[in-house]
Design a protein around this ligand. Sequence first.
Ligand code: C2E
Ligand code: CA
Ligand code: CA
Ligand code: CA
Length: 270
Amino acid sequence: AKSNGRSNFQFYTQNLDVEAKRRTTIEEELRHAIERDELYLYYQPQISLVDNQMSSIEALLRWKNPRLAMLAPDEFIALADETGLIVPIGSWVLEQACRQLRYWQQANHPELRIAVNVSSRQLEEPDFVNTVDRILRQCGVGPRYVEFEITERLLMKDNLKNNAVLRALKERGIQVSVDDFGTGFSSLSYLKHFPVDALKIDKLFIKCLPNDEHDAAIASAIIGMAHSLNLKVVAEGVETVEQRDFLRDLGCNYGQGYFFSEPVPPEKII
Ligand code: C2E
Ligand code: CA
Ligand code: CA
Ligand code: CA
C-alpha cells in the first residue's frame, strides 16, 4: 500500500507538472495572440420573442493558434482573466465588435446593437471608461447601440467603484446585462444597488424546459422578478421551438441560442 501511495503521488505531481507546463505554454501564446492575428469574433443574434426581430448581436471570442489545438473560450478566457491579458484582449474585442457593428449599421441595419462580454478585470481598470469612450468614438458607434454583459460575481462585491463605473456607462446610454444569471448569487440585494438593464437567464435553467417543473418555476420567477424591477430578460441556450414558445408565453423579452442561430462568422449574420 505504501509503494502504491507513493506512485500515486508521483503520478499526481507529474500531472500537475504537465498541467502547469500547458498553462505556461497557453499563456505565452496568448500573450502574442493579438499581434499574430490569431483572435477573431463569432456573432450570435438575440431575437425579440415579441416580433422575431434581431435586436442585438453578441460577440464571442475565438482563438486559433497553429501550435495549440483549438481552445474553448471558457478555457483561455479564464486564463486571460487570471493573468490580466483580458484587459488588452477585451479592448481588442470591443474595437473589433464596434467596427463590425458600424459596418452592419451602414449596410442596412441602423438600429442594430452589439453585446460584448466584459470581465471584471477590465471593468476594474482605472481607465476603463476612457478606453470605452475612445473606442466608440473611433469606430463611430453611438453608446446606446452597445450592451455590456457582466457577471454576477462583479456585482456581489458591494463595491462603490464598480457602482460608479456602471453609472458612468449608464449616463452614456450603454446598457448593462447580468450574464449567467442565477448561477452565482447568494443574495439578490445587488439588483437594488447597481444600475443594470437586463438579466440573462443562464442556459442551465433553459435546457430542460418546458418539462422540468423546477426549471419552469425558476424561469418564471426570474422573469416575474425582472419585470417588477423594470429589467428586460434574455434567455440564453434556447435550442427548441418548445422552449421558445414557453419562454415567450412567460413574457421573456429576448431569446438567444441554437434554435435561432449558432454563433457564426460575421459574413453569415445578415
Ligand atoms: P456566455 O457569455 O454565457 O456565452 C454563451 C455561450 O453559450 C457561448 O459559448 C455560446 O456559444 C454558447 N451557446 C449559445 N447558444 C447555445 C445553445 O443554444 N446551447 C448551448 N449549449 N450553448 C449555446 P462560448 O462562445 O464557448 O463562450 C463561452 C464563454 O466565454 C462565454 O459565455 C463568455 O463568458 C466567455 N466569453 C466569450 N467571448 C468573450 C469575450 O470577448 N470576453 C470575455 N470576457 N468573455 C468572453
Ligand atoms: Ca455573454
Ligand atoms: Ca451567459
Ligand atoms: Ca457562460
